[in-house]
Design a protein around this ligand. Sequence first.
Ligand code: NAP
Length: 343
Amino acid sequence: MKTIPLIVAGYGHVGRAFITLLKEKKEDLAVRYGLGFEIMALVKADGSYATGEPLDAASFSRDGKAWTEGNPSWQAGMKVSAAAASVAAGGCLVDCTPSELHSGEPGLSYIQEALDRGLNVATASKGALVVAFRRIMTEASAKGLSVKFSGATAAALPTVDVGMISLAAARIEGIQGVLNGTSNYILTRMGEGLSYADALQVAQSHGIAEPDPSYDVEGLDSAAKLVLIANACLGTDFIMDDVRAGGISGMPADVVRAARAEGKAVKLLAAASPSRKGKGWSLHVGPSVIDPTHPLFHVNGTEKGITFLTDTMGSVTVTGGRSSPRGAAAALLKDLVNIYRQL
Ligand SMILES: NC(=O)c1ccc[n+]([C@@H]2O[C@H](COP(=O)([O-])OP(=O)(O)OC[C@H]3O[C@@H](n4cnc5c(N)ncnc54)[C@H](OP(=O)(O)O)[C@@H]3O)[C@@H](O)[C@H]2O)c1
Protein backbone atom coordinates (compact mmCIF):
# COMPACT_ATOMS: atom_id res chain seq x y z
CA MET A 1 0.00 0.00 0.00
CA LYS A 2 1.42 3.36 -1.05
CA THR A 3 0.29 6.44 0.89
CA ILE A 4 0.49 9.76 -0.93
CA PRO A 5 0.27 13.08 0.88
CA LEU A 6 -1.80 15.79 -0.81
CA ILE A 7 -2.17 19.52 -0.54
CA VAL A 8 -5.55 20.70 -1.85
CA ALA A 9 -5.80 24.34 -2.95
CA GLY A 10 -9.30 25.82 -3.28
CA TYR A 11 -12.33 24.69 -1.30
CA GLY A 12 -15.10 25.67 -3.72
CA HIS A 13 -17.36 23.44 -5.82
CA VAL A 14 -14.56 21.30 -7.24
CA GLY A 15 -12.38 21.22 -4.10
CA ARG A 16 -15.33 20.04 -2.01
CA ALA A 17 -16.42 17.50 -4.64
CA PHE A 18 -12.86 16.16 -4.80
CA ILE A 19 -12.63 15.69 -1.05
CA THR A 20 -16.03 13.95 -0.98
CA LEU A 21 -15.03 11.67 -3.84
CA LEU A 22 -11.72 10.78 -2.22
CA LYS A 23 -13.62 9.66 0.86
CA GLU A 24 -16.16 7.67 -1.18
CA LYS A 25 -13.46 5.90 -3.19
CA LYS A 26 -11.01 5.25 -0.36
CA GLU A 27 -11.49 1.49 -0.15
CA ASP A 28 -11.76 1.03 -3.89
CA LEU A 29 -8.48 2.90 -4.44
CA ALA A 30 -6.77 0.72 -1.85
CA VAL A 31 -8.08 -2.55 -3.26
CA ARG A 32 -7.71 -1.80 -6.97
CA TYR A 33 -4.52 0.25 -7.01
CA GLY A 34 -2.89 -0.16 -3.60
CA LEU A 35 -3.12 3.61 -3.17
CA GLY A 36 -4.11 5.74 -0.21
CA PHE A 37 -4.32 9.54 -0.42
CA GLU A 38 -4.02 11.69 2.70
CA ILE A 39 -4.91 15.39 2.69
CA MET A 40 -2.15 17.02 4.72
CA ALA A 41 -3.10 20.63 3.96
CA LEU A 42 -6.04 22.53 2.54
CA VAL A 43 -5.40 26.05 1.30
CA LYS A 44 -8.02 28.75 0.89
CA ALA A 45 -7.56 32.34 -0.26
CA ASP A 46 -7.34 33.69 3.29
CA GLY A 47 -5.55 30.92 5.16
CA SER A 48 -4.98 27.19 5.47
CA TYR A 49 -5.69 24.06 7.42
CA ALA A 50 -2.63 22.03 8.31
CA THR A 51 -1.77 20.26 11.55
CA GLY A 52 1.06 18.00 10.48
CA GLU A 53 -1.45 15.11 10.60
CA PRO A 54 -3.83 13.90 7.86
CA LEU A 55 -6.97 16.07 7.84
CA ASP A 56 -10.47 14.72 7.80
CA ALA A 57 -13.55 16.60 6.62
CA ALA A 58 -14.59 17.33 10.20
CA SER A 59 -11.42 19.34 10.75
CA PHE A 60 -12.19 21.86 8.02
CA SER A 61 -15.89 21.79 7.31
CA ARG A 62 -19.20 22.14 9.04
CA ASP A 63 -22.15 20.92 7.00
CA GLY A 64 -19.85 20.86 3.96
CA LYS A 65 -19.04 24.58 4.34
CA ALA A 66 -15.61 25.92 5.16
CA TRP A 67 -15.18 26.20 8.92
CA THR A 68 -12.67 28.88 9.78
CA GLU A 69 -13.48 30.94 12.85
CA GLY A 70 -12.95 29.03 16.07
CA ASN A 71 -11.54 25.95 14.34
CA PRO A 72 -8.21 24.92 15.92
CA SER A 73 -6.97 23.54 12.55
CA TRP A 74 -7.51 26.85 10.74
CA GLN A 75 -4.59 29.24 10.44
CA ALA A 76 -5.66 32.58 9.04
CA GLY A 77 -3.11 34.08 6.69
CA MET A 78 -1.13 30.86 6.26
CA LYS A 79 -0.02 30.68 2.63
CA VAL A 80 0.51 27.72 0.37
CA SER A 81 4.30 27.96 0.91
CA ALA A 82 3.92 27.23 4.63
CA ALA A 83 1.12 24.69 4.18
CA ALA A 84 3.15 22.78 1.60
CA ALA A 85 5.77 22.10 4.28
CA SER A 86 3.33 19.45 5.62
CA VAL A 87 3.60 17.54 2.36
CA ALA A 88 6.68 15.42 1.75
CA ALA A 89 8.43 15.42 -1.63
CA GLY A 90 6.74 12.91 -3.92
CA GLY A 91 3.29 14.07 -2.78
CA CYS A 92 0.91 16.05 -4.93
CA LEU A 93 -0.70 19.47 -5.20
CA VAL A 94 -4.38 19.25 -6.21
CA ASP A 95 -5.20 22.67 -7.63
CA CYS A 96 -8.89 23.64 -7.52
CA THR A 97 -8.40 27.41 -7.52
CA PRO A 98 -10.12 29.79 -10.00
CA SER A 99 -9.01 29.84 -13.66
CA GLU A 100 -7.61 33.35 -14.14
CA LEU A 101 -6.57 33.40 -17.79
CA HIS A 102 -4.38 36.54 -17.85
CA SER A 103 -2.04 36.23 -14.87
CA GLY A 104 -2.51 32.48 -14.30
CA GLU A 105 -2.69 33.19 -10.57
CA PRO A 106 -3.01 31.84 -7.96
CA GLY A 107 -2.35 28.51 -9.70
CA LEU A 108 0.87 29.67 -11.33
CA SER A 109 2.58 30.44 -8.01
CA TYR A 110 1.11 27.32 -6.40
CA ILE A 111 2.36 25.04 -9.15
CA GLN A 112 5.79 26.67 -9.03
CA GLU A 113 5.90 26.14 -5.27
CA ALA A 114 4.89 22.50 -5.73
CA LEU A 115 7.59 21.85 -8.34
CA ASP A 116 10.20 23.58 -6.16
CA ARG A 117 9.28 21.20 -3.33
CA GLY A 118 9.33 18.06 -5.47
CA LEU A 119 5.54 17.63 -5.63
CA ASN A 120 3.54 16.37 -8.59
CA VAL A 121 0.51 18.39 -9.68
CA ALA A 122 -3.06 17.56 -10.69
CA THR A 123 -4.98 20.68 -11.64
CA ALA A 124 -8.57 21.49 -12.59
CA SER A 125 -7.62 25.11 -13.14
CA LYS A 126 -6.66 26.31 -16.62
CA GLY A 127 -5.03 29.58 -15.51
CA ALA A 128 -1.40 28.63 -14.95
CA LEU A 129 -1.20 26.33 -17.96
CA VAL A 130 -2.63 28.73 -20.54
CA VAL A 131 -0.05 31.27 -19.39
CA ALA A 132 3.05 29.11 -19.03
CA PHE A 133 2.36 25.63 -20.40
CA ARG A 134 5.74 24.81 -21.90
CA ARG A 135 7.79 26.31 -19.05
CA ILE A 136 5.84 24.33 -16.43
CA MET A 137 6.03 21.07 -18.39
CA THR A 138 9.74 21.47 -19.11
CA GLU A 139 10.54 22.15 -15.48
CA ALA A 140 8.39 19.25 -14.26
CA SER A 141 9.99 16.88 -16.72
CA ALA A 142 13.52 18.00 -15.75
CA LYS A 143 12.64 17.23 -12.12
CA GLY A 144 10.99 13.89 -12.91
CA LEU A 145 7.60 15.20 -11.78
CA SER A 146 4.15 14.96 -13.37
CA VAL A 147 1.76 17.82 -14.07
CA LYS A 148 -1.64 16.50 -15.12
CA PHE A 149 -4.64 18.58 -16.09
CA SER A 150 -7.51 16.39 -17.25
CA GLY A 151 -9.91 18.37 -15.07
CA ALA A 152 -8.95 21.56 -16.92
CA THR A 153 -9.64 20.14 -20.37
CA ALA A 154 -13.37 19.35 -20.42
CA ALA A 155 -13.59 17.75 -16.95
CA ALA A 156 -14.69 14.11 -17.19
CA LEU A 157 -14.45 13.92 -20.99
CA PRO A 158 -11.10 12.27 -21.80
CA THR A 159 -9.22 14.60 -24.18
CA VAL A 160 -5.49 14.89 -23.50
CA ASP A 161 -5.22 11.25 -22.38
CA VAL A 162 -6.66 10.18 -25.72
CA GLY A 163 -4.40 12.47 -27.74
CA MET A 164 -1.23 11.66 -25.79
CA ILE A 165 -1.65 7.99 -24.86
CA SER A 166 -4.27 6.33 -27.04
CA LEU A 167 -3.08 7.94 -30.28
CA ALA A 168 0.64 7.44 -29.62
CA ALA A 169 2.66 7.07 -32.85
CA ALA A 170 -0.26 8.27 -34.98
CA ARG A 171 0.13 11.75 -36.47
CA ILE A 172 -2.71 14.01 -35.38
CA GLU A 173 -3.82 15.98 -38.44
CA GLY A 174 -6.62 18.00 -36.86
CA ILE A 175 -8.67 18.38 -33.69
CA GLN A 176 -12.26 19.55 -33.33
CA GLY A 177 -14.18 19.75 -30.09
CA VAL A 178 -17.44 20.79 -28.53
CA LEU A 179 -15.70 21.73 -25.33
CA ASN A 180 -18.14 23.97 -23.48
CA GLY A 181 -21.26 22.36 -22.06
CA THR A 182 -23.01 25.67 -21.29
CA SER A 183 -22.81 26.95 -24.87
CA ASN A 184 -23.82 23.58 -26.24
CA TYR A 185 -26.86 23.49 -23.95
CA ILE A 186 -27.94 26.99 -25.09
CA LEU A 187 -27.50 26.06 -28.78
CA THR A 188 -29.44 22.84 -28.27
CA ARG A 189 -32.36 24.70 -26.69
CA MET A 190 -32.22 27.31 -29.48
CA GLY A 191 -32.49 24.47 -31.98
CA GLU A 192 -35.72 23.54 -30.23
CA GLY A 193 -37.09 27.04 -30.89
CA LEU A 194 -35.97 29.26 -27.99
CA SER A 195 -34.36 32.65 -28.51
CA TYR A 196 -30.79 33.15 -27.28
CA ALA A 197 -32.00 35.18 -24.29
CA ASP A 198 -34.60 32.58 -23.30
CA ALA A 199 -32.19 29.67 -23.72
CA LEU A 200 -29.61 31.48 -21.59
CA GLN A 201 -32.22 32.15 -18.94
CA VAL A 202 -33.22 28.47 -18.84
CA ALA A 203 -29.54 27.51 -18.56
CA GLN A 204 -29.11 29.95 -15.67
CA SER A 205 -32.24 28.71 -13.91
CA HIS A 206 -30.85 25.14 -14.03
CA GLY A 207 -27.45 26.27 -12.68
CA ILE A 208 -25.81 25.35 -16.01
CA ALA A 209 -24.83 28.94 -16.87
CA GLU A 210 -23.24 31.35 -14.38
CA PRO A 211 -25.00 34.63 -13.52
CA ASP A 212 -22.25 36.21 -15.66
CA PRO A 213 -22.03 33.70 -18.52
CA SER A 214 -19.50 35.62 -20.63
CA TYR A 215 -16.57 33.26 -19.98
CA ASP A 216 -18.57 30.38 -21.48
CA VAL A 217 -20.68 32.05 -24.18
CA GLU A 218 -17.91 34.26 -25.57
CA GLY A 219 -15.72 31.27 -26.29
CA LEU A 220 -13.00 31.90 -23.68
CA ASP A 221 -13.48 28.62 -21.84
CA SER A 222 -13.37 26.66 -25.11
CA ALA A 223 -10.30 28.64 -26.23
CA ALA A 224 -8.45 27.90 -22.97
CA LYS A 225 -9.21 24.18 -23.24
CA LEU A 226 -8.13 24.17 -26.88
CA VAL A 227 -4.80 25.81 -25.99
CA LEU A 228 -4.10 23.11 -23.40
CA ILE A 229 -5.20 20.21 -25.61
CA ALA A 230 -3.16 21.50 -28.57
CA ASN A 231 -0.06 22.15 -26.48
CA ALA A 232 -0.28 18.68 -24.94
CA CYS A 233 -1.18 16.67 -28.04
CA LEU A 234 0.52 18.65 -30.83
CA GLY A 235 3.62 19.80 -28.96
CA THR A 236 2.81 23.48 -29.58
CA ASP A 237 3.33 26.42 -27.23
CA PHE A 238 0.17 28.48 -27.70
CA ILE A 239 -1.26 31.06 -25.34
CA MET A 240 -4.76 32.56 -25.33
CA ASP A 241 -3.82 35.41 -27.69
CA ASP A 242 -3.02 32.84 -30.39
CA VAL A 243 -6.65 31.67 -30.61
CA ARG A 244 -9.12 33.36 -32.96
CA ALA A 245 -11.99 33.09 -30.54
CA GLY A 246 -15.63 33.96 -30.93
CA GLY A 247 -18.65 32.72 -29.04
CA ILE A 248 -22.40 32.33 -29.29
CA SER A 249 -23.35 35.44 -27.32
CA GLY A 250 -26.41 37.03 -28.97
CA MET A 251 -26.59 34.28 -31.63
CA PRO A 252 -29.62 35.01 -33.89
CA ALA A 253 -32.32 32.38 -33.39
CA ASP A 254 -33.09 32.21 -37.11
CA VAL A 255 -29.56 30.96 -37.90
CA VAL A 256 -29.99 28.03 -35.52
CA ARG A 257 -33.54 27.33 -36.69
CA ALA A 258 -32.52 27.49 -40.35
CA ALA A 259 -29.73 24.99 -39.72
CA ARG A 260 -32.18 22.69 -37.97
CA ALA A 261 -34.70 23.01 -40.81
CA GLU A 262 -31.99 21.75 -43.19
CA GLY A 263 -31.24 18.81 -40.87
CA LYS A 264 -28.05 20.49 -39.63
CA ALA A 265 -26.95 21.91 -36.28
CA VAL A 266 -24.98 24.87 -34.96
CA LYS A 267 -22.15 23.94 -32.59
CA LEU A 268 -19.52 26.04 -30.89
CA LEU A 269 -16.50 24.28 -32.36
CA ALA A 270 -12.98 24.60 -31.04
CA ALA A 271 -10.55 23.52 -33.73
CA ALA A 272 -6.83 23.08 -34.27
CA SER A 273 -6.08 22.91 -37.99
CA PRO A 274 -2.84 22.86 -39.98
CA SER A 275 -2.14 26.50 -40.80
CA ARG A 276 -2.62 27.69 -44.39
CA LYS A 277 1.08 28.30 -44.86
CA GLY A 278 1.54 24.57 -44.34
CA LYS A 279 3.68 25.00 -41.23
CA GLY A 280 2.37 24.83 -37.71
CA TRP A 281 -1.20 25.07 -36.49
CA SER A 282 -3.95 27.60 -36.20
CA LEU A 283 -6.50 27.59 -33.39
CA HIS A 284 -10.04 28.78 -33.83
CA VAL A 285 -13.21 28.86 -31.72
CA GLY A 286 -16.56 29.87 -33.20
CA PRO A 287 -20.07 28.75 -34.09
CA SER A 288 -20.20 26.41 -37.09
CA VAL A 289 -23.05 24.75 -38.96
CA ILE A 290 -22.39 21.01 -39.18
CA ASP A 291 -24.32 18.23 -40.90
CA PRO A 292 -25.29 14.78 -39.57
CA THR A 293 -22.15 13.16 -40.99
CA HIS A 294 -20.02 15.22 -38.58
CA PRO A 295 -18.94 13.04 -35.62
CA LEU A 296 -19.97 15.74 -33.13
CA PHE A 297 -23.44 16.29 -34.63
CA HIS A 298 -25.20 14.27 -31.92
CA VAL A 299 -23.41 15.92 -28.99
CA ASN A 300 -26.33 17.74 -27.39
CA GLY A 301 -27.23 19.57 -24.20
CA THR A 302 -24.40 19.86 -21.67
CA GLU A 303 -22.52 17.00 -23.32
CA LYS A 304 -19.10 17.61 -24.85
CA GLY A 305 -17.03 15.78 -27.40
CA ILE A 306 -13.73 15.76 -29.22
CA THR A 307 -12.60 14.36 -32.57
CA PHE A 308 -9.00 13.69 -33.55
CA LEU A 309 -8.13 13.22 -37.22
CA THR A 310 -5.10 11.00 -37.59
CA ASP A 311 -2.95 9.53 -40.34
CA THR A 312 -3.09 5.88 -39.26
CA MET A 313 -6.06 5.51 -36.90
CA GLY A 314 -8.66 7.42 -38.90
CA SER A 315 -11.04 9.76 -37.12
CA VAL A 316 -11.33 9.07 -33.38
CA THR A 317 -14.17 10.65 -31.41
CA VAL A 318 -14.96 10.64 -27.72
CA THR A 319 -18.21 12.10 -26.38
CA GLY A 320 -19.95 12.38 -23.05
CA GLY A 321 -18.37 12.72 -19.65
CA ARG A 322 -20.05 14.42 -16.73
CA SER A 323 -19.98 18.27 -16.88
CA SER A 324 -20.01 19.19 -13.22
CA PRO A 325 -17.78 19.72 -10.20
CA ARG A 326 -18.07 15.97 -9.54
CA GLY A 327 -16.93 15.26 -13.10
CA ALA A 328 -13.96 17.60 -12.59
CA ALA A 329 -13.20 15.92 -9.25
CA ALA A 330 -13.32 12.51 -10.94
CA ALA A 331 -10.85 13.77 -13.57
CA LEU A 332 -8.50 14.95 -10.79
CA LEU A 333 -8.73 11.55 -9.12
CA LYS A 334 -8.06 9.78 -12.43
CA ASP A 335 -4.92 11.89 -12.85
CA LEU A 336 -3.76 11.04 -9.33
CA VAL A 337 -4.24 7.32 -9.92
CA ASN A 338 -2.38 7.53 -13.22
CA ILE A 339 0.52 9.41 -11.60
CA TYR A 340 0.97 6.93 -8.77
CA ARG A 341 -0.23 3.49 -9.83
CA GLN A 342 2.18 0.79 -10.85
CA LEU A 343 1.45 -0.27 -14.39
N1 NAP B 1 -17.17 23.89 -11.54
C1 NAP B 1 -16.91 23.00 -12.49
O1 NAP B 1 -17.79 22.23 -12.92
C2 NAP B 1 -15.54 22.92 -13.08
C3 NAP B 1 -15.25 21.94 -14.05
C4 NAP B 1 -13.95 21.83 -14.56
C5 NAP B 1 -12.96 22.68 -14.11
N2 NAP B 1 -13.27 23.65 -13.18
C6 NAP B 1 -12.18 24.51 -12.72
O2 NAP B 1 -11.90 24.16 -11.36
C7 NAP B 1 -11.49 25.31 -10.64
C8 NAP B 1 -12.38 25.47 -9.40
O3 NAP B 1 -13.73 25.64 -9.84
P1 NAP B 1 -14.91 25.80 -8.79
O4 NAP B 1 -16.17 25.65 -9.55
O5 NAP B 1 -14.64 24.94 -7.61
O6 NAP B 1 -14.73 27.33 -8.40
P2 NAP B 1 -15.18 28.01 -7.04
O7 NAP B 1 -16.39 27.33 -6.50
O8 NAP B 1 -15.20 29.47 -7.26
O9 NAP B 1 -13.98 27.64 -6.04
C9 NAP B 1 -12.71 28.20 -6.14
C10 NAP B 1 -12.17 28.27 -4.75
O10 NAP B 1 -10.83 28.72 -4.82
C11 NAP B 1 -10.59 29.46 -3.64
N3 NAP B 1 -9.53 30.43 -3.85
C12 NAP B 1 -9.57 31.65 -4.46
N4 NAP B 1 -8.36 32.23 -4.45
C13 NAP B 1 -7.55 31.35 -3.80
C14 NAP B 1 -6.20 31.38 -3.42
N5 NAP B 1 -5.40 32.43 -3.69
N6 NAP B 1 -5.69 30.32 -2.74
C15 NAP B 1 -6.46 29.25 -2.44
N7 NAP B 1 -7.76 29.18 -2.75
C16 NAP B 1 -8.29 30.22 -3.42
C17 NAP B 1 -11.92 30.13 -3.28
O11 NAP B 1 -12.16 29.90 -1.93
P3 NAP B 1 -12.06 30.93 -0.77
O12 NAP B 1 -12.13 32.31 -1.37
O13 NAP B 1 -13.21 30.57 0.08
O14 NAP B 1 -10.76 30.57 -0.18
C18 NAP B 1 -12.97 29.27 -3.92
O15 NAP B 1 -13.71 28.54 -2.97
C19 NAP B 1 -11.59 26.49 -11.60
O16 NAP B 1 -10.33 26.75 -12.11
C20 NAP B 1 -12.53 25.99 -12.68
O17 NAP B 1 -12.28 26.60 -13.94
C21 NAP B 1 -14.52 23.78 -12.65
